[in-house]
Design a protein around this ligand. Structure first.
Ligand code: FES
Ligand code: MG
Length: 585
């Protein structure tokens, strides 16, 4: 039991004395029991309802978050399921994070949402919870909260949008947002055509339809065993998602009865299953940060090498954009995550417990692939390995990532001279300067775009190719930063360099003209500058000022961990792991 358990049972659901948390609220004949019953019955709940397990439904509906715009309707179906199974649903809000609006980057708010979700779950008479998430940062935030609170929990994702459609073509966000904008800028399409494209790419409720971060995290929730089988790929407006919502409502009541909790489900083996599914799906690099953070919430380190090892032995079999051809709608019709996992059976831990109350093996019985062009066989994959590789060396002693499948062949082993940008603003100002001393062999280095530097590690690791090289036909260059990239990026992009420049990682010491060597096969990234010279430069280095002098931004700046440690706040880690990773005090 944690200290909090001992100090009055802040954790649910079944308490040390074998009673549900809600019973303690609603069954006592004392003053607080009176108040709890009286106030609750005033909302229409009856005496009989108060004897049922209370199921919290975390509704992250927001008109500021397009990807969750249909959640009020979904919640109604979850409630139906909860009532049918003999529970009593109580809906509650938390903050909701949608990618398109949030500045400076949604990553700034992931930990805030995780804290909000955790504290809402702890503070209320909730015996179990259904977590409705969808857009990129919401599902990781909710999984992190579930790991920390450890009451029975099921994730219900909102589902992807229907395929965008235009002139017989299938379109997807946001992969096609870039294309149309570029064509318009180049004068190839009119304002009217641009508007029509806008109406066509996003034409229904739901999150982005390609295998970006949202679809990756939905698949991960399912692969972990924290969402019901088949949940991830059902399109948001499809009636079968409503059925899924109802089933989720029924199942959570059963999980409370059986007292099956997230930490029994999200074991080390379950996280390995999630990583395997991510690699086989060509999932987003962002998932790595989220899975590290989740594992640490569960009290376990998750070194980047685990991703590298699983990536090397996992066939890439899902033909979805941005790495492949199709989108989530075809994935759903082909059988979704259960069909993919069935194909990967020999790579998965099949004994893992899931929110069905059964194991992965049980859940995969009967799963089959209905379209072989969408889900390939492990014997005939799209690629023999997953995409993501971990690079180390003096430029990123704590690791950096590159999606090797997206790197041009001639750059996989490359040495070049550094062209350095001190910050995202510096890059913006100078990248297209005709005077910039750069050629196709240069290595573009962007500093101060990491967790503390930018702040919150925005998705700007796809440093643009300088215009003067673009017109010469250069399409890829080695680019290094402590930033993140969107799931849809392409090129020799080395990202998540740790430690970041803003905390004095060696990245901060790179100067124009330094030689940098990349060798993907050897997993190496080296700055060819002597240790003595680096020590000299370090004496002159000054930490950049925080972007914030108060509020949540300042808290973020002071407590956020580096990318290789998942960018969680240090104080949110379990105490023992925190001391092991960061030292006592
Ligand atoms: Fe929400 Fe893409 S904007 S998933
Ligand atoms: Mg995204």
């Amino acid at each position: 039991a944690t200290k909090e358990d001992e100090q009055g049972g802040r954790n649910g659901a079944v308490q040390a004395d074998g009673r549900l948390k809600s019973e303690k609220y609603f069954q006592e004949k004392d003053l607080w029991g009176f108040i709890h019953r009286s106030f609750t019955k005033s909302m229409g709940y009856t005496e009989e309802d108060l004897r049922k397990p209370v199921i919290g439904i975390c509704n992250t509906f927001s008109e500021l978050n397009k990807c969750h715009s249909h959640f009020n309707e979904l919640v109604d179906y979850v409630k139906r399921g909860v009532w049918q199974a003999g529970g009593v649903p109580m809906e509650f809000p938390t903050i909701s994070i949608g990618e398109p609006y949030i500045k400076p980057t949604s990553m700034l708010l992931r930990n805030l949402m995780a804290m909000d979700t955790e504290e809402m779950m702890r503070a209320h008479p909730i015996d179990g919870v259904v977590l409705l998430g969808g857009c990129d940062k919401t599902v990781p935030a909710q999984l992190m909260a579930a790991a920390s609170v450890n009451i029975p929990a099921i994730v219900l994702t909102g589902g992807p949008m229907l395929n965008g459609r235009k002139n017989g073509r299938s379109l997807g966000a946001c992969t096609d947002c870039y294309g149309f904008t570029l064509e318009h800028k180049a004068g190839n399409i009119t304002d009217e055509e641009l508007a029509s494209a806008e109406n066509s790419v996003c034409r229904s409720d739901g999150h982005c339809q390609v295998m970006g971060t949202a679809s990756t995290m939905a698949s991960i929730a399912e692969a972990l065993g924290m969402a019901l089988p088949g949940c991830a790929a059902i399109p948001a407006p499809d009636s079968r998602r409503r059925h899924m919502a109802e089933r989720t409502g029924k199942m959570i009541v059963e999980l409370v009865r059986r007292d099956i909790r997230p930490r029994e489900i999200m074991t080390e083996a379950a996280l390995e299953n999630a990583i395997t599914v991510t690699m086989a799906s060509g999932g987003s690099t962002n998932a790595i940060i989220h899975l590290v953070a989740l594992s640490q919430r569960l009290g376990r380190k998750l070194p980047l090498e685990v991703f590298d090892a699983i990536s090397s032995r996992t066939p890439f079999i899902l033909n979805l954009r941005p790495s492949g051809k199709y989108q989530m709608e075809e994935y759903f019709e082909a059988g979704g995550v259960p069909a993919l996992m069935k194909e990967l059976e020999s790579h998965l831990h099949l004994d893992c417990l899931t929110v069905t109350g059964g194991t992965v093996r049980d859940n995969l019985r009967g799963a089959e692939t209905l379209d072989r062009d969408v889900i390939r066989t492990a014997a005939e994959p799209l690629g023999s390995q997953g995409g993501v590789v971990v690079l180390r060396g003096n430029l990123a002693p704590n690791g950096s990532l590159i999606k090797q499948t997206a790197v041009s062949e001639h750059l996989k082993r490359h040495t070049g001279r550094a062209v350095v940008f001190e910050s995202p603003a510096d890059m913006e100002a100078r990248i297209d300067d005709p005077e910039l001393d750069v050629d196709e062999n240069s290595v573009l280095v962007l500093k101060n775009a990491g967790p503390k530097g930018a702040p919150a590690m925005p998705e700007i690791g796809q440093i643009p190719i300088p215009k003067k090289l673009l017109v010469q036909g250069v399409r890829d260059m080695v680019r290094i930063s402590d930033a993140r990239i969107s799931g849809t990026s392409y090129g020799a992009l080395i990202v998540h360099a740790a430690p970041e420049a803003a905390v004095g990682g060696n990245l901060a010491l790179v100067q124009d003209g330094d030689e940098i060597e990349l060798d993907i096969a050897a997993r190496r990234l080296e700055l060819k500058v002597s240790d003595a010279e680096l020590a000299e430069r370090r004496k002159r280095w000054q930490a950049p000022q925080s972007h914030y002098d108060r509020g949540y931004g300042l808290l973020f700046h002071e407590r956020v961990l580096q990318a290789d440690l998942g960018c969680d706040f240090d104080f949110l880690l379990p105490k023992e792991l925190r001391e092991e990773l960061l030292g006592a005090g």
